[in-house]
Design a binder for this molecule. Structure first.
Ligand code: ADP
Length: 285
């Protein structure tokens, strides 16, 4: 498979002088066309910074990023991003259909073609019958499906997803994970998905890149040796799944410099606290 994304020696520092903070340090990896690669790392390790560099939203301090061979400088036209915060990424004054059509305006000249593309993308995510509604008339899970449809309608070379399911309840999260697996298989999309959830990274990925604590470096690049047809119950109960999630948890709990590792309980408590914080943020909105 050809290389879709190549990240080489990526460094990003916020600020300058003695208060400069290195968020990403010497990161290098590639993603092949058609692959779903997951990046997992502790909260605050630099995952969003990496993603924002790839999306051309911030200019890295060092290294380079290439999308199908082209150097990324500015937001690439054939890249789409799905953010965690669906409530802020959809326009409340536009119907669902027009939200999906919106980014197509600069890419597809005929209005009827934009409409057809939007309808098709909504059908991929099972929302063919809600195109005339407004985002605020839909549940959180449905709004995130609209965000996914909007990204897919652009037929991106690379779909970036930043903690896309972190703001929905557990049941909806499982449904959205399965939807992503199905749509990605049907559309042959190349996906780079960032998450702090170890289980989600194994369940979704063809491959899991494990990041260290801040500043982010890659501590492991693990193939996921699970069949492509995954199931929330049998896949998560399989020994391959359990072994891999245990391996990733172990890697995340041991810093490369040998400093004492937090226990699994402490790590999971921190992850639960972060999930609760996200849920509170969502509830307040
Ligand atoms: P993650 O997505 O893994 O939670 P981030 O990429 O958001 O991590 O942040 C990595 C580190 O960079 C954190 O220590 C964070 O505080 C810092 N950081 C993120 N954005 C900024 C910014 N705009 N200015 C200064 N520091 C930042």
């Amino acid at each position: 498979m050809p290389t879709m994304l190549a990240v080489s020696g990526l460094v990003h520092r916020y600020g300058g002088g003695p208060t400069a903070h290195t968020a990403v340090n010497e990161l290098s990896f590639t993603v092949e066309a058609g692959q779903l690669a997951c990046i997992v790392g502790p909260s605050g390790c630099g995952k969003s910074t990496l993603l924002r560099c790839i999306a051309g939203l911030i200019t890295p301090s060092g290294g380079e990023i290439r999308l199908h061979g082209d150097l990324v400088s500015g937001v690439p036209a054939d890249l789409a991003v799905v953010f965690q915060d669906y409530s802020r990424s959809l326009f409340p004054w536009l119907s669902v259909r027009r939200n999906v059509e919106f980014p197509l305006r600069g890419r597809v000249s005929r209005r009827s073609a934009r409409r057809a593309r939007a309808e098709e993308a909504l059908s991929w995510v099972g929302l063919a019958d809600v195109g005339g509604k407004y985002p605020w008339q839909l549940s959180g899970g449905m709004q995130q499906r609209v965000s996914i449809a909007r990204a897919l309608a652009c037929q991106p070379a690379l779909l970036l997803m930043d903690e896309p399911f972190a703001s929905v309840d557990a049941q909806t999260r499982a449904e959205l994970e399965d939807l992503l697996l199905r749509v990605r298989r049907e559309q042959g999309s190349t996906v780079l998905l960032v998450t702090h959830d170890i289980d989600e990274s194994v369940y979704l990925g063809d491959r899991v890149l494990v990041l260290s604590r801040s500043p982010a470096t890659i501590v492991a690049d693990l193939p996921v040796d699970l069949p492509p047809d995954r199931d929330q119950i049998t896949t998560r109960g399989s020994s391959t799944f359990v072994d891999l999630r245990t391996e990733i948890a172990r890697l995340l709990h041991h810093s490369p410099d040998g400093t004492p590792a937090p226990t699994t309980d402490r790590f999971l408590a921190a992850e639960r606290a972060e999930a609760a914080r996200q849920a509170r943020v969502t509830t307040r909105q």
